[in-house]
Design a protein around this ligand. Structure first.
Ligand code: NAP
Ligand code: ZN
Length: 341
């Protein structure tokens, strides 16, 4: 089959388009999917580059936001059903898995990520039957290919933070996948959004998603702007998807007793912050790793009901995956980048 495996970690050049990659064969507990779209996430960059201490076997196919149609018979859904893939893999039988907390299962890993499960830069993929989720008619294939990483993570964040209508939330990177998802869901929940972008050309996009305040982080001090906007109180919550360069700022921006969802390391992995400020403000910190399958089902219902339409910046073919990764790495996109198979 046509596919874009990597044979080792490295720069975009390690993504190799081939036409003779062995097609996967499902066992009795798996389903074969003919892939239509695979959404790109920053995770794909981490997977391509590699993370020390997280070894995978090669060749590996990246891509975790997989949408396609069911090939072959499957007892639960008819052949050719439009499906997306819940990307989490876990043991399915430990206490956490049995209670819908599979993301804290000791065996948890992500299909197409730093795991030994191939992902969506290919014509076909095989996944456990339990990971198959049918797509409702009102959600297009393109939109579905944005949901199972960025939007699922955002949904999990709102479940954890338990913000109320009219609360204020700060999230960085409005034009990135997770930033956009957080803003659109927040808007639907009546939560006020302050966000940052790195260029004035991204302002209109950020506003059109429903952001109440947009700050150019290259021109203004985000913490000072947040202070002005909130009248010195700070925000009720922060989604910190950038990490090293933002975590200390997130602590400064959140109000006393406020909450931070820490979920990304786009700007680096090591944070330096004031412990005393953190505990004096009695901040609640949540580590977030995508979400559970039951949260994905809740999310799909919410997105359908609230008519949330994720924005797609661009669609590339399988032969253009290197170009798509370069675009994502530069961070110039407005919304999601997809691979169409
Ligand atoms: N924990 C999880 O389960 C989970 C799930 C999804 C994503 N993530 C993580 O969340 C991060 C975002 O993922 P994504 O897929 O949304 O990535 P993305 O689409 O590449 O977006 C990254 C965004 O980060 C912003 N950014 C970069 N450097 C920044 C900085 N120094 N300060 C503030 N903002 C900065 C960029 O916007 P500007 O340049 O315009 O500011 C860009 O929009 C990644 O680190 C990813 O691994 C984690
Ligand atoms: Zn388990």
């Amino acid at each position: 089959m046509k596919a874009v495996p990597i044979y080792g970690h490295g720069p975009v050049e390690v993504l190799k388009y081939v036409e003779d990659f062995p097609a996967p064969v499902p066992n009795s507990s798996e389903s074969l999917i003919k892939i239509k779209y695979c959404g790109l996430n920053h995770l794909d960059i981490w997977t391509r580059i590699g993370i020390p201490g997280m070894p995978i076997t090669f060749p590996h196919i990246c891509g975790s936001d997989i949408v396609g149609s069911l090939e072959g018979d499957y007892d639960q859904f008819p052949r050719r059903t439009r499906v997306l893939v819940y990307p989490g893999i876990s043991c399915n039988h430990c206490y956490n898995c049995r209670n819908g907390n599979e993301t804290i299962c000791r065996d948890f890993s992500i299909i197409g990520g730093l795991s030994n499960y191939n992902g969506g830069y290919a014509e076909y993929v095989v996944v456990p039957k339990t990971n198959i989720v049918p797509i409702p008619d009102e959600i297009s294939d393109e939109q579905a290919a944005t949901l199972s990483i960025s939007y699922l993570t955002a949904w999990n964040i709102f479940n954890k933070l338990q913000l109320k209508k009219d609360d204020t939330l700060l999230v960085y990177g409005a034009t990135g996948g997770l930033g956009m998802a957080v803003i659109q869901i927040a808007k639907a929940l009546g939560i006020k959004i302050i966000t940052s972008v790195s260029d004035d050309s991204k302002f209109n996009f950020a506003r059109s998603l429903g952001s109440d305040n947009v700050i150019n982080r290259k021109k203004k001090e985000v913490a000072l702007e947040v202070e002005k906007i909130t009248g010195g109180l700070g925000v009720d919550g922060v989604v910190d998807n950038a990490g090293q360069k933002t975590f200390a700022m997130s602590i400064n921006c959140v109000r006393k007793g406020g909450k931070i969802a820490l979920c990304g390391t786009t700007s680096g992995n090591i944070a330096n912050f004031q412990i005393r400020t953190f505990y004096s403000k009695q901040i609640k910190l949540f580590g977030i790793l995508i979400g559970s399958k039951s949260e994905l089902l809740e999310l799909i219902e919410f997105v359908s009901k609230k008519k949330i339409v994720p924005r797609v910046d661009s669609v590339y073919g399988l032969t253009e995956v290197q170009k798509a990764h370069t675009m994502l790495e530069r961070g110039q996109q407005l919304g999601k980048i997809l691979i169409k198979i």
